[in-house]
Design a protein around this ligand. Structure first.
Ligand code: HEM
Length: 403
């Protein structure tokens, strides 16, 4: 029996079982229409929170960091991700700590530094394609897109090639996939092992600086203040982990969407200059980071609902990206949208994704290389979405191609 609109809006959005096909867009559409600031029932995760689903409300909350604080973390209960390290990350800070940490990171993570990565990015993705191209088939996630963003950022940070596989394993465990057996144990072990590794790595760069991001971060000061060892360690981990699952699933998701839209795939092959526009539309449509959470610091009214100090909100970025008040025909995938606006890198305000330019470059170059080298792309089995409330993650995308 089809679910009625009223039972849809009572769906517990902290329960990953409702995310087996990705974010439940039907639930979010019903919420936007009927109860755009909705108290999520106490369910799977054992704590209530407000679901905010309209573009305009999310925009207002995200920009008001005095009322909606990040210090309680960016995830709702039930999302095992980042572990204890989350509290120390910039994404979980408010001013003045956030302002200072962000200024320091921005001094080294500049647009120029990002633009200079184009060659490395192309070399990494081409190398990953080289390993599978003769087979005529691969799992695009496990073989190609999974290692791609981590290898790029590890290179930028100065991690030696021989250590990069270890970092990939730790980073995957830290964005541990909800529901996976023993995820919490694997996460704690990864945080500990990676911490030990980074202590040695940072000590080495303090005594023998090189031309890499971590050496520059060690030297950088804002108002006479620089990062201490713990802050360096956490910043390193944040840069490494933040763009990992998001970028890899977006690139694989882009290929899946294009296979399902063969006209747009053919057009993009014929005109690779459209890759940047295609990447923006994939970011909007896929929304790799499904929501961001905040904690209410004072009693406040949002869209007629009274929110109390201490309550939690989840701003559903994936819902804002499909809000018909903002986008024409929002459920249609169309790489021709002009000036696509989306909230995939954040809904505005001080926490806007620090790695957005790098992610855009990786997606654009990644698309150009994959479409340029893998002819006749087709699914070679069913794609597998990893049920996760926070990340729109693809676990597997079997494809075949001619070479
Ligand atoms: C498709 C890829 C990516 C997506 C969808 C994404 C998404 C996001 C979102 C939604 C936020 C905002 C958090 C908030 O509002 O609280 C964010 C913040 C952040 N992202 Fe990304 N990200 C991506 C790639 C990257 C990459 C490649 C890096 C770095 C190498 C990165 C580093 C960060 C950092 C450090 C923050 C925290 C910024 C702050 O709190 O000031 N991200 N990202």
């Amino acid at each position: 029996m089809p679910e009625t609109n009223s039972s849809l809006i009572d769906t517990d959005l902290s329960d990953p079982r409702h995310f087996t096909d990705g974010p439940p867009f039907d639930v979010l559409a019903a919420l936007r229409e009927r109860d755009p600031v909705h108290l999520n029932p106490v369910g799977f995760a054992g704590e209530a929170f407000w679901s905010i689903t309209r573009w305009d409300d999310i925009n207002d909350c995200s920009r008001d960091s005095a009322t909606f604080s990040s210090t309680g973390g960016s995830t709702i209960p039930g999302t095992a991700i980042f572990g204890d390290m989350q509290k120390l990350m910039m994404v979980s800070q408010d001013p003045p700590q956030h302002t200072q940490r962000r200024a320091l990171l921005q001094k080294v993570f500049t647009p120029r530094v990002v633009a200079d990565q184009a060659e490395t990015i192309a070399a990494v993705i081409n190398h990953l394609v080289d390993r599978v191209i003769a087979d005529g088939r691969c799992d695009l996630v496990t073989d190609v897109t999974r290692p791609f963003p981590l290898l790029v950022i590890a290179d930028m940070l100065g991690v030696p090639r021989e250590d990069q596989a270890k970092l990939l394993g730790w980073s995957d465990a830290i964005t541990s996939l909800q529901g996976a057996e023993d995820a919490a144990g694997a996460l704690a072990t990864a945080v500990e092992e990676m911490g030990e590794y980074l202590v040695g790595f940072i000590a080495n760069r303090r005594s023998e600086p090189r031309d890499d991001l971590i050496s520059r971060l060690i030297r950088t000061e804002v108002d006479g203040v620089s990062l201490n060892d713990m802050e360096l360690l956490v910043s390193f981990a944040e840069l490494m982990v933040a763009g990992n699952e998001t970028t890899r699933s977006t690139l694989a998701g882009a290929i899946w969407l294009l296979i399902e839209h063969p006209d747009q795939l053919a057009e993009l092959r014929a005109n690779p200059d459209l890759a940047g526009d295609a990447a923006e539309e994939v970011l909007r449509y896929w929304t790799p980071n499904v929501y961001q959470a905040r904690t209410v610091t004072r009693d406040v009214v949002v869209a007629g609902r009274e929110l109390k100090q201490g309550e939690r909100i989840a701003m559903w970025l994936c819902s804002a990206n499909r809000d018909p008040a903002r986008h024409d025909d929002p459920d249609r995938f169309d790489i021709h949208r002009q000036g696509t606006q989306h909230m995939s890198f954040g809904a505005g305000g001080r926490h806007h994704c620090l790695g957005a330019a790098l992610a855009r470059l990786e997606l654009t170059i990644g698309l150009r290389v994959l479409l340029g080298r893998l002819e006749g792309l087709a699914l070679d089995g069913p794609p597998v979405i990893t049920p996760h409330t926070f990340l729109h993650a693809l676990g597997s995308l079997p494809v075949r191609f001619t070479t």
